[in-house]
Design a protein around this ligand. Structure first.
Ligand code: NAD
Length: 289
């Protein structure tokens, strides 16, 4: 069931630390790169979505925090409130259920008067996802329901809302795995992220003259709950690290900053793009020792 709680405050209170990004109280007079905009972020109760909610709110946006996890969404809202950001929690909403997604968008418009930024970021990676021979049907279905249909439903209800607000930006979270094959397979997850790239390009072309930009962000392996649950041993982590030129996993805040660029008017001529933020993985053949 959709549970909502409206939390408001004034923007730019005191200095705070957001992941790796330090935002100083000197910013008080700075209008913010997203001033006057409203953003809806799915999967904002954890990882990349939470960092994006914090950063977008710090940059002046009113943020609707959507997550299936009620406690995760509440934590994000509390963190935004702490520095006086404007935030609305839409917790318990499931992106794979169209009626939930419709409600999320309507709640956001009702609370903040419009929608300009839609970050379709919620996603799952199932521990039983493997190769084509052994992956169970329920894993394939659940992964595609959330990672692909969730994005389509977000666009189904979010794009008309953005149009009603005079235009804006849609950001869909894909992954670097849509570009590279891996001998550590997650066939359903990989297929889902390839689909996100393809549907993003189509929507970008379709809506290019409606003032709606649609882009994908493609993170490399990021230190979040989703990834670290899968990479739960030193051996598994090292198996990946050797392929990353920078020699480390990324941070959720590093993806949030790229999302901020796509969300803001600074990317006004960028649509249909697949923005890789991957520490150089997709550029690499032999990595440094
Ligand atoms: N972490 C990585 O290495 C990595 C790499 C590439 C892409 N991604 C993608 O980034 C996105 C965010 O991942 P993360 O690493 O921050 O993961 P995370 O697990 O930390 O956060 C995902 C959030 O989505 C929520 N969620 C899951 N299913 C949902 C649903 N049906 N409806 C609403 N909310 C739901 C979860 O409750 C969670 O709070 C995902 O789409 C993921 O596939 C992550």
């Amino acid at each position: 069931m959709l549970f909502t709680a409206l939390r408001r405050g004034k923007i730019f209170g005191r200095a705070s630390k957001i992941g790796a990004v330090f935002l100083s109280s000197d910013a008080r007079s700075y209008p913010g790169r997203l001033a006057g905009k409203t953003a809806l972020i799915t999967g904002a109760g954890s990882g990349i979505g939470r960092e994006a909610a914090l950063l977008f709110a710090h940059e002046g946006a009113c943020v609707a925090v959507v997550d299936k996890s009620v406690s995760g969404a509440a934590k994000t809202v509390d963190a935004v409130r702490e520095f006086g950001g404007k935030c609305l929690a839409i917790a318990g909403g499931d992106v794979s259920i169209p009626s939930d997604v419709e409600k999320m968008v309507l709640e956001t418009e009702r609370a903040f008067g419009g929608l300009h930024i839609l970050f379709n970021n919620a996603g799952i990676m199932d521990a039983n996802d493997g190769d084509a021979i052994n992956t169970p049907d329920d894993v394939i279905d659940r992964t595609l329901d959330i990672n692909v249909k969730g994005v389509i439903y977000g666009c189904r209800y979010g794009i008309p809302a953005i149009q009603r607000s005079g235009g804006g930006s849609v950001i869909n979270t894909a992954s670097f795995v849509a570009f590279l094959g891996a001998a550590t397979p997650q066939i359903a997850y990989t297929a889902s992220k390839g689909a996100v790239l393809a549907l993003t390009r189509e929507l970008a072309v379709l809506h290019a003259r409606d003032k709606v930009r649609v882009n994908s962000i493609c993170p490399g392996p990021i230190q979040t709950e989703l990834m670290m649950k899968v990479l739960d041993t030193e051996e598994k982590r090292n198996r990946r690290l050797v392929h990353i030129p920078m020699g480390r996993f990324g941070k959720a805040a590093e993806i949030a900053r790229a999302a901020l660029f796509l969300a803001s008017d600074e990317s006004s001529f960028v649509t249909g793009a697949s923005l890789l933020v991957d520490g150089g993985i997709t550029a690499a053949y032999v990595t440094p020792e």
